[in-house]
Write a protein that binds this ligand. Structure first.
Ligand code: PLP
Length: 389
């Protein structure tokens, strides 16, 4: 297990400062113009950014809001489901997906995921549908689309709304059997996204947005996000105060221009990892659904033997390679959701993934020397000689 090398430059899980340094003059100019214009809330950059992102995603309406969790809440509010309605959510996701359901007095119905793509399991979703089901929230986890073909068919069959939590897969595309290709987040009734700094399109603070093809729903969502007002001081609905700051919108306009190249860089990092890690017994590289592109918000390995996961993480840390477990606890076993009555053993795939997944650093500024080093450290743990040795 001896590693001869030391890491070529410190390796970070995420290196936003380096990413921003590469576009510093443009970010500075954006900042200065917002300061000079003085419209810090609902300034021109907010609508400009919404228009540009909508165009980027194939011509959809974009309603900016305060963060990705608010976006989920607003999407659900726009459905006007009866109190107590059930909303299907994955048992393996970031907590916000279930939280937005619970906070509205709706009932999160947890469903297990696929062991390969980590997305909602269509058969399990269909089995969970009841007369009270109002919506299904799919999560394109780690940057790859769920089985949208099957899940849209189920939503249609049972006449329930399909929402897409697209916080992790902005720019990913999905090809349906009929040849139609769509961007993640633009397939369901409403898609949501997050501009949390670590996301693929991150602000320098909080931000989020709703995506929809339906112009009247976009208007409704815009009103819900702004105190339910139809015009100033006239409040038609009980809404939220959830807005994207002008400053964040101006910075996001700059970063959107680089999203395609940053996504390509992430995909190159993933391809590099795939090539050097795919032959290791005991380790599964990320599965690819041929119908979806993968924008690699995370590069997530799955270990065959759960007892090795934490040891691998310690080994990596010892050699200067950060890694993170997304996510260590499935949604149904979180203390806050015990009132739903779920128990351990109910969603075996989600529970198993929580003990076997490990995400490696993936960001556009990793060098190939760093990637080679990371691969060598991983291979050493499994006592696989590196190709160059
Ligand atoms: C980040 C994230 C959210 C929440 O976004 P915030 O902007 O942090 O509120 C929701 N769902 C998923 C899957 C996420 O990864």
């Amino acid at each position: 297990m001896a590693i001869s090398l030391t890491p070529p430059l410190p390796i970070r899980m995420l290196d936003l400062a380096a990413q921003h340094a590469a576009v510093q003059p443009e970010l500075d100019a954006a900042l200065q113009s917002v300061i000079a214009e003085g419209a810090y809330i609902q300034g021109a950059a907010v609508e400009q950014f919404a228009g540009e992102l909508g165009e980027y995603l194939g011509g959809v309406q974009v309603v900016p809001c305060g963060n990705g969790t608010d976006a989920l809440q607003l999407a659900l509010m726009s459905l006007n489901l009866a109190p107590g309605s059930e909303v299907v959510v994955p048992a393996f996701t970031y907590i916000a997906t279930a939280e937005a359901v619970a906070i509205l007095g709706l009932r999160p119905v947890m469903v297990d995921v696929r062991p390969d793509t980590f997305g909602l399991d269509p058969a399990a979703v269909e089995a969970a549908i009841t007369p009270r089901t109002g919506a299904i929230i799919v999560v394109h986890l780690f940057g790859q689309c769920v089985d949208l073909e099957s899940l849209t068919a189920i939503a249609r069959k049972y006449d329930v709304a399909l929402l897409e939590d697209n916080a992790q897969a902005i720019g990913a595309t999905y090809r349906f059997a009929d040849g139609v290709e769509r961007y993640a987040g633009t397939v369901g009734v409403v898609g949501t996204t997050s501009f949390f700094p670590s996301k693929n399109l991150g602000a320098l603070g909080d931000g989020g947005a709703l995506l929809t093809r339906d112009a009247s729903r976009a208007t409704y969502l815009r009103q819900l996000a702004n105190h339910g007002q139809t015009r100033k001081y006239y409040h038609e609905y009980v809404g939220l105060n959830s807005r994207l700051d002008t400053l964040q919108a101006a910075l996001l306009r700059v970063k959107l221009r680089y999203l395609t190249s940053w996504t390509t860089a992430r995909q190159q990092v993933a391809a590099h990892y795939d090539a050097v890690l795919q032959d290791i017994a005991g380790l599964q590289i990320p599965a690819r659904d041929p119908r979806s592109s993968h924008v690699f918000h995370q590069y997530t390995l799955t270990l065959t033997d759960a007892s090795q996961r934490n040891l691998l993480q310690q080994h990596l840390q010892h050699h200067g390679v950060p890694s993170v477990v997304y996510y260590p606890v499935p949604t149904h076993l979180q203390p806050a959701y015990q009132y739903l009555g779920y128990v351990a053993g109910q969603f075996p795939v989600a529970e198993h993934l929580c003990t076997t997944v490990l995400s490696l650093p993936i960001h556009p500024t990793l060098t190939s020397a760093q990637l080679d080093y990371i691969a060598e450290v991983v291979r050493a743990f499994f006592v696989v000689p590196s190709p160059s040795a």
